[in-house]
Design a binder for this molecule. Structure first.
Ligand code: BES
Ligand code: ZN
Length: 888
């Protein structure tokens, strides 16, 4: 017998290898005996062989961490010789199988030991599930793939005293008492679904009920389920759900389809939330809100996540993915839908700017690192590693481009056809594109390359004014992403406008291309399809300022040779709010990168006075709302700045940004002080105008405290002490943490004392310290990692400290001493055996390692190699680390 001495490297799964299933499962009957020590799952599956599959093809079921107690085929108990078990499969040879048959199994599982939080597990004493992507196989033997869709009937049995509430997908059809203080409930889901949408919950929970009447007049019962002490934090979630249901009817004509919709909040959850049919399970962070515990951003995030999971009922559940390579089919589309919703609920411009900030900070970086992949990946080792910003955010951008190209009505017709054609099916991204093409009559062949191309394309623009001909010619050129040469030409929508400088700023020109009879609107979507294209606008008297990529019409990097003066003009008067903000960011970026160069060369630092003047104008502009002003006056972050350098100059960027913040604060001291004094809070409300006011006032506070003067620090102390809401309290605390000293220590102690029993608020206490720019942050993070309240096993707590530190504190994480790296690697190694997918998310902080200087590269590489050398490393962490270390 040959014994394996080394475990083989995990093999990737390829998109090209997709084969349909050999068997389908039409019906599933599950019975759960839930217990403190052991739980048992009884499953009855109605299977049938797929058409054209040979009679001798075996049945191979997925199963992981299951103890098989019993197996019967059409009523006949199978013996050990009748099947074969491995750590991940159960195989029954094909010769014994009829065309259709019934398979019963009983397995034993231990939810209390399930630290991966995938499958059936326990959180705060309750039972809950998470099955996407491949967690159902940890509950019972099954064909755990999304193209196998079945009707489920589920019975839960548990002790009544500990688990009075028993929930599963669909409608509750029976309930009652059992012997020994146990009870049961039976649930029936009439819609066939893939196993990843299965869910159950058992526990001691309270519910906030609600009602929604669909536009066809059906009454739907709504239930938000939480731990008893949180029942006063559910109203916002319920309101958000009702808004989402109404909006999907109005915007997409989509109605809810069951009699009940439940949301359950749990404290231990790897992700944000999950769209299980009729029974969403949420990270408590995206449900619970009360003014004193949740910030304005939390309120918005809750509204958006609730909407997202609700929208999946159509884009994901009714029409699902054929295989996991198609993930962006449901996620990219649903992110676009939740963004359209959010833009309708509040300032569309603010929402769009936040979307783009996120894309540029995280997705552009992913595109330039070892995890770069198309929105429809070609291969994966661990599917959990591909719930990425590329699949989600870039995926949403791609569908957003389609909407721009087809127009809102054309897009809506495409969506209607897609839902109509594929309701109840598991389909592909190509099916989606075909519906869009068929409904609009447009050829999307070139556009479809967005699904297979890797990296962020570069678009270069050049403008030339001809005073004699009174024309302005815009030349657009598409170039392959950084470091890639294999890119095919894409179909890229570029929204443009032209501004004529005028006495009071600028005037938007009605646009007329050379072959058009008359001028039209002031914004135009140009379609770039060739490597190089020229667009000639006529009737342009003087050299205009070109406003390009309005609304961020495509996920590209735009390079335009233009002067700071032109940017300042756009920043002051571009009617497109996104482009206006973007011009300011580019101007700020240029100023900060020059400062970083000066810092590197030991030259004295001085912030460009033109930039300061532009900021002063924004601050004084009576037409801008507070949130837009706050965004415009927030300097580009160090991570984004680093993306514009050959080698990220960690220390110089930090010096430059810190310097610029103080310089701006000094220059704008008076208006900032006046603004702070004039916008004192009244009674708390989450109305948009109040959110705007808080955002701007807290921005002012940040600048003032950065001056580090006793009177300005006192403002933060006073705000912290008086705040009746978490937004104001958190912002004041963040300022005090950055300032340091006894003011910080007192505020941190007070905050901890008040909130130590509240896990979501305590997460903020960890995250704010991990984010801080203060010089001693690294030492404090090292200490916090041993704090009694730190708990690596709780994903929210681990993310609050380590996720924040690795992803949102470039300066301190990349501290030259390397202790930040060592801490992160230690924690990845510690967590990997318990929760591999969380460990893999944390280790991704090392992904950009090749973008740094030689010493830092070496230090990060050493940690990556140390992790790679761990015996028994999970597939998930192995995949990330191996990709990071692979030669470029
Ligand atoms: N289907 C996902 C949740 C999920 C992802 C489960 C990966 C298992 C593995 C859900 O719809 C989702 O996308 N949630 C996001 C939040 C959303 C608003 C983008 C999340 O959990 O981060
Ligand atoms: Zn989703």
């Amino acid at each position: 017998m040959i014994e394996a001495t080394v475990s083989a490297a995990p093999q990737p799964i390829l998109r090209a290898d997709y084969r349909g299933p050999s068997f389908f499962i039409d019906r599933v009957d599950l019975r759960f005996e839930l217990g403190e020590d052991l739980s048992r799952v009884h499953a009855t599956l109605s299977l049938r062989r797929a058409d054209g599959v040979p009679d001798d093809a075996p049945l191979v079921l997925d199963g992981e961490a299951l103890k098989l107690l019993h197996l019967a085929l059409d009523g006949r108990t199978l013996g050990a010789d009748d099947y074969a078990l491995t750590a991940t499969t159960l195989t029954i040879p094909g010769r014994g199988l009829a065309a259709a048959f019934e398979l019963r199994s009983v397995v034993e599982i231990r939810p209390q030991d399930n630290t991966e939080l995938s499958g059936l597990y326990r959180s705060s004493g309750n039972f809950c599930t998470q099955c996407e992507a491949e967690g159902f196989r940890r509950i019972t033997y099954f064909l755990d793939r999304p193209d196998v869709m079945a009707r489920y009937s589920v019975t839960l049995e548990a002790e009544r005293a500990r688990y009075p509430v028993l929930l599963a997908n669909g409608n509750r059809v029976a309930a009652g008492e059992l012997a020994d203080g146990r009870h049961f409930a039976r649930w029936d889901d009439p819609f066939p679904k893939p196993s990843y949408l299965f869910a159950l919950v058992a526990g001691d929970l309270r519910c906030l009920p609600g009602e929604f009447t669909t536009r066809s007049g059906r009454a739907v019962r709504l239930e938000i389920w939480v731990e008893p002490e949180n029942i006063d934090r559910c109203e916002h979630a319920l309101r958000s759900l009702i808004k989402s249901m109404r909006w999907d009817e109005q915007a997409f004509g989509r109605e809810y389809d069951l009699d009940i919709y439940m949301i359950v909040a749990v404290n231990d959850f790897n992700m944000g939330a999950m769209e299980n049919k009729g029974l969403n399970i949420f990270n408590a962070k995206y449900v619970l809100a009360r003014p004193d515990t949740a910030t304005d951003d939390d309120y918005q995030a809750i509204e958006q996540v609730i909407a997202h999971e609700y929208f999946h009922n159509w884009s994901g559940n009714r029409v699902t993915c054929r295989d996991w390579f198609q993930l962006t089919l449901k996620e990219g589309l649903t992110v676009l839908r939740d963004r359209l919703f959010s833009r309708d609920m509040r300032s569309a411009a603010v929402a769009r700017i936040s979307e783009v900030l996120g894309l540029r900070t995280a997705q552009f970086a992913e595109d330039r690192g070892p995890m770069a992949h198309p929105i429809r990946p070609e291969s994966y080792i661990e599917m959990n590693n591909f719930y990425t910003t590329t699949v989600y955010e870039k995926g949403a951008e791609v569908i957003g481009m389609l909407r721009l190209l087809l127009g809102p009505d054309g897009f809506r017709r495409g969506m209607d056809l897609y839902f109509d054609r594929h309701d109840g099916q598991a389909v592909t991204c190509d099916d989606f594109l075909a519906a869009m093409a068929d409904a609009s009559g447009r050829d999307l062949a070139q556009f479809s390359r967005w699904y297979s191309q890797v990296g962020t394309p570069i678009v270069r623009a050049r403008g030339e004014h001809d005073p004699d001909a009174r024309t302005f010619t815009l030349t657009l050129e598409q170039a392959p992403p950084h470091g890639r040469h294999d890119a095919a030409l894409l179909h890229i929508p570029i929204a443009v406008g032209l501004l004529a400088p005028a006495a009071d700023g600028a005037r938007a020109l009605p646009l007329q291309l050379a072959d058009e009879p008359a001028p039209g609107a002031t914004t135009r979507v140009l379609e770039l399809r060739a490597a190089n294209q020229r667009f000639t606008f006529v009737g342009v008297d003087a050299p205009p300022a070109a406003s390009l990529l309005r609304g961020f019409s495509a996920p590209v990097e735009l390079e335009v040779p233009r002067s700071d003066d032109e940017l300042a003009l756009l920043m002051a008067s571009d009617p497109d709010p996104f482009s206006r903000w973007d011009a300011g960011q580019e101007l700020g970026r240029r100023a900060l990168l020059r400062l970083a160069d000066d810092a590197a060369a030991g030259r004295p630092l001085a912030l460009d006075p033109r930039f300061v003047a532009a900021c002063a104008r924004v601050l004084a502009d009576p037409h801008l709302d507070g949130s837009l002003k706050a965004l415009a006056l927030t300097l580009p972050g160090e991570r984004i700045l680093g993306q514009h350098q050959e080698v990220v100059a960690v220390d110089e960027l930090h010096t430059a940004r810190q310097f610029a913040v103080r310089a701006l604060a000094e220059a704008l001291r008076e208006p900032l002080q006046a603004l702070y004094a004039a916008t004192a809070p009244g009674p708390y409300s989450i109305e948009p105008a109040e959110v705007d006011r808080r955002r701007l006032r807290n921005l002012a506070l940040g600048y003032l405290v950065a001056l580090g003067e006793p009177q300005t620090v006192a403002l933060a102390q006073a705000q912290f002490a008086a705040a009746d809401n978490m937004s104001d309290a958190q912002e004041a605390l963040a300022c005090l943490i950055d300032h340091g000293g006894p003011a910080r220590d007192a505020a941190l102690a007070a905050f901890h004392g008040r909130w130590c029993g509240d896990p979501l608020v305590l997460d903020k206490w960890f995250a704010l310290q991990a984010m801080s720019s203060h010089a001693d942050t690294l030492a404090r993070v090292l200490e916090l990692a041993t704090h009694p309240d730190f708990n690596l096993g709780n994903p929210n707590r681990a993310r609050a400290l380590l996720g924040t530190f690795g992803a949102r504190n470039q300066f301190h994480f990349h501290s030259r001493c390397g202790r930040g790296y060592a801490l992160l690697a230690d924690k990845v190694i510690e967590l990997d055996p318990h929760n591999a997918s969380m460990a893999a998310r944390l280790v991704a902080a090392f992904n950009p390692w090749r973008r740094f200087d030689a010493a830092r590269q070496q230090a990060m590489r050493a940690q990556l190699e140390r992790i790679a050398g761990q015996p028994g490393l999970s597939r998930a962490v192995h995949e990330i680390v191996a990709r990071a270390l692979a030669p470029v």
